[in-house]
Design a protein around this ligand. Structure first.
Ligand code: SF4
Length: 375
């Protein structure tokens, strides 16, 4: 076995790895300097379960209602060999898609292992790409993988890929509504970033097969419910900008080998589940293991990472807990106590802190004058 995979397996412990999806990769790139998240995601650790065992259960995620609504809408669009989706692609987007085959790749003859699914996906995409006429195939739940910080992350996509006009396209099905032709800009932007992850992963796979990147279109198809009904509508979204940002962010991720090199041998996040599936790992021991790895908490983590409440608690009193812009403005002063001491003049600035100390004293003077004026 690959020694890197073996080490990651030991760090994760006895449970099966959690696959990435586009949402988790997009979140990973939102804090590329965090080694803790990078390692936990690479090892496929269930961060939500770890946070819960540490006494800081995750406070974000889709509501059960939103998940159920999303699943129902997806099932509707994909019913009968994705008949409704095909109709949309032909009518709304004017794509000349011939009669199609529909391949569900969520398992291969009952085997749902990611390696087997990836191999099957690769074989089918290779066959489709090599046919001169359009193979006319919809690939549902293809298993993809993407190189991240020196390791391959498997992607558990909820997408359909299809080939038309000699190009592969990615279809993202989302349950947020398009009302009078307008969708929530934040949700549309998130969907575009997630689709860009899939475009990138499909391009990597096709590159392995000797096909150019352009064989996967940068125009993705976003399918959403229209107005207040559940009728689907499709829009083409150009994700070139998201691809550029993603590429840059992925290149900034800390390389996994350098994180692993600094870790003590035997480090593990195993929750030691008993026969009733109850985690038995003592919280103190787990906290010690998690704290071994450097984190870069910022308030943005609260919306993107299951470990956020733990990391926020851990970073209490540090300037990073106030956000990246504050931390950067205070360049090099890491504790809020030091900032206050420098501002009030009760602390002597250390080497290299003279300039920031002057600015802090000035800010403190202005604040005091304002408050005195109000008083
Ligand atoms: S919450 Fe913690 S582990 Fe997650 S990205 Fe933020 S600092 Fe890293």
């Amino acid at each position: 076995m690959d020694p890197l995979v073996d080490r990651l397996d030991r760090i994760r412990g006895t449970v099966a790895p959690r696959n990435h999806n586009a949402r988790t990769i997009a979140a990973l790139t939102s804090n590329p300097g965090c080694g803790r998240r990078g390692l936990m995601d690479a090892a496929g650790v269930n961060k939500g379960a770890v946070a819960g065992q540490l006494g800081f259960p995750a406070g974000f995620g889709q509501s059960r209602f939103a998940i159920a609504r999303g699943n129902a809408f997806e099932a509707q669009v994909k019913a009968d060999g994705a008949a409704e989706l095909l109709q949309l692609l032909r009518d709304r987007l004017g794509l000349a898609i011939p009669e199609v085959a529909y391949d569900d790749l969520s398992n291969v003859g009952g085997n749902a292992s990611r390696e087997v699914r990836y191999a099957r996906t690769k074989a089918l995409l290779a066959r489709a790409a090599s046919e001169r006429d359009d193979a006319g195939t919809l690939f549902d739940h293809p298993m993809l993988r993407l190189e991240i910080a020196g390791y391959y992350a498997y992607l558990e996509p909820d997408l359909i890929a299809f080939r038309a006009g000699g190009k592969f396209h990615v279809v993202e099905i989302k349950s947020f509504a398009v009302i009078d032709g307008q969708a929530d800009p934040g949700k549309t932007a998130a969907a575009a970033t997630q689709s860009a992850v899939y475009v990138m992963a499909m391009r990597e796979l096709l590159a392995e097969l000797g096909h150019p990147p352009e064989s996967v279109s940068h125009d993705v198809v976003l399918v959403c419910p229209e107005n207040f009904a559940n009728r689907p509508t499709a829009t083409l979204v150009d994700v070139r900008k998201q691809l550029t940002v993603l590429r840059r962010q992925l290149s900034r991720l800390t390389r996994l080998e350098s994180i692993l090199d600094a870790l003590p041998a035997g480090l593990s996040f195993d929750l030691a589940y008993d026969s009733d599936q109850q985690a038995t790992r003592p919280a103190d021991e787990l906290r010690k293991a998690v704290s071994t790895i450097d984190a870069r908490y910022s308030p943005d983590c609260l919306g993107t990472c299951e470990m956020a409440f733990f990391c926020r608690d851990e970073s209490a009193g540090s300037t990073s807990a106030l956000g990246r812009s504050v931390r950067d403005d205070l360049g090099g002063v890491e504790s809020i106590g030091t900032v206050l001491g420098l501002a009030r003049g009760t602390l002597t600035p250390g080497a290299g802190q003279e300039e920031i100390a002057g600015l802090l004293r000035f800010a403190h003077k202005l604040r005091t004058e304002c408050l005195d004026g109000i008083g």
